[in-house]
Write a protein that binds this ligand. Structure first.
Ligand code: CA
Length: 367
């Protein structure tokens, strides 16, 4: 509001609301103060889906704040490399980051609980745990030591199992493969004989095409098509047991956040919550069209992971997650909260979501 409008408003308001406006008038400079933030991401600039989240976040914050808070978005490698996003926000090089928390397992192993747990909760369930089950408070407690706050800022939904340059008919076929797979899923694969390599998304295609890796997972059809992974491997496996969703994160420098007036803080939080849903909606809308393109136009061979691979992966996943829970007192609390919530939500989802899927499509085969 302009000062002139405010003065007129004060003259006409009742005593109660007038008090509020007068207090705003006492510090008109603060109301006009502008902030210019940088947002670093682990994704290629303007990448579909996950890369659109931070772009929309910047647009919405600028619009809602009438330009008082502007955010410049940097893709991976433009200001800092994709895997240095957390440090950049922690140190204040950038005020905001958009990434996935399992990339920081070297700093805080328990961060992996908030990105993806193999055979764990899906996007709907993770959102419920984070926002109504105490998950987000635990995540912020974990990041407290690093001077950053965190909000969840997008979900991929259930991912694909990955791209392989040979057919996988049994667990034995995994032995000796070199594969890119981050987080807990990577640890599980390692126990199944796979050599795991980690790298940011932008390096995957070249590595797969050159033969530096034999297999990779990335996200799902929409994003995998965008990277052209079908040009480097023939076989596309499902389901993404390792990532029943990835929850993306908005990391916020604590000092920068504290310096914002309360209304800009609220605008930022609201915009992140909006983007959190929006990213998932984009994946849900685009994945199937992209899958059809991959199969019909590019001749991709769609395959289901064999039962013994899924069964063995589930066994190792239980071990890997239990071991992660032992890494610290906080990791134990996060694990216990996650598992307790999963047990409850799955109890109801078995007779709601799952029973409904089965009822809607009783003849469906995923084989
Ligand atoms: Ca993935």
């Amino acid at each position: 509001m302009k000062l002139r409008t405010l003065t007129a408003a004060v003259a006409m308001t009742t005593a109660a609301s007038g008090l509020l406006i007068v207090s705003a008038l006492e510090n008109p400079a603060q109301a006009q103060e502008t902030f210019e933030w940088k947002l670093v991401t682990s994704w290629p600039k303007n990448f579909p889906g996950v890369g659109q989240g931070p772009e929309r976040l910047a647009e919405r914050v600028e619009e809602m704040s009438d330009g008082r808070l502007t955010i410049e978005v940097f893709g991976a490698g433009q200001l800092v490399p994709g895997f240095e996003v957390f440090d950049a926000v922690s140190e204040g090089t950038a005020e905001l980051g958009h990434s996935a928390s399992y990339y920081w397992k070297g700093k805080a192993p328990a961060a992996q609980f908030f990105a993806a747990v193999p055979f764990g909760m899906n996007a709907q369930e993770m959102n419920a745990w984070l926002h109504y089950g105490g998950g987000l408070e635990l995540w912020n407690e974990l990041y407290d030591d690093f001077g950053v706050d965190v909000l969840t800022a997008g979900a991929s939904g259930v991912q694909m199992g990955g791209w392989f340059n040979k057919e996988i008919d049994s667990v034995d076929d995994l032995d000796g493969l070199k594969m890119r797979m981050p987080g807990l899923g990577g640890e599980v694969m390692q126990r199944m004989g796979v050599a795991i390599v980690n790298m940011p998304g932008g390096e995957i295609f070249t590595s797969l095409q050159s033969g530096a890796i034999d297999a990779t997972e990335w996200i799902g059809p929409y994003n995998d098509l965008a990277f052209g992974l079908h040009q480097a491997a023939d076989y596309y496996y499902y389901p993404g047991w390792h990532e029943p969703t990835v929850m993306f994160e908005a990391i916020i420098n604590e000092e920068a956040y504290a310096a914002l007036p309360a209304d800009l803080q609220a605008i930022l939080r609201t915009a992140v919550r909006d983007v959190n849903q929006d990213v998932l909606d984009e994946y849900t809308a685009r994945n199937n069209d992209a899958l059809e393109t991959l199969i019909d136009e590019h001749g991709v061979e769609l395959r289901r992971l064999p039962d013994d691979v899924l069964a063995e992966a589930q066994e190792h996943s239980a071990d890997v997650v239990a071991e992660l829970a032992e890494t610290s007192e906080l990791a134990t609390r996060i694990h216990d909260s996650y598992r307790a919530f999963q047990e409850k939500v799955v109890n109801y989802h078995t007779i709601s979501e799952q029973a409904y899927y089965n009822a809607r499509n009783p003849d469906a085969s995923t084989d």
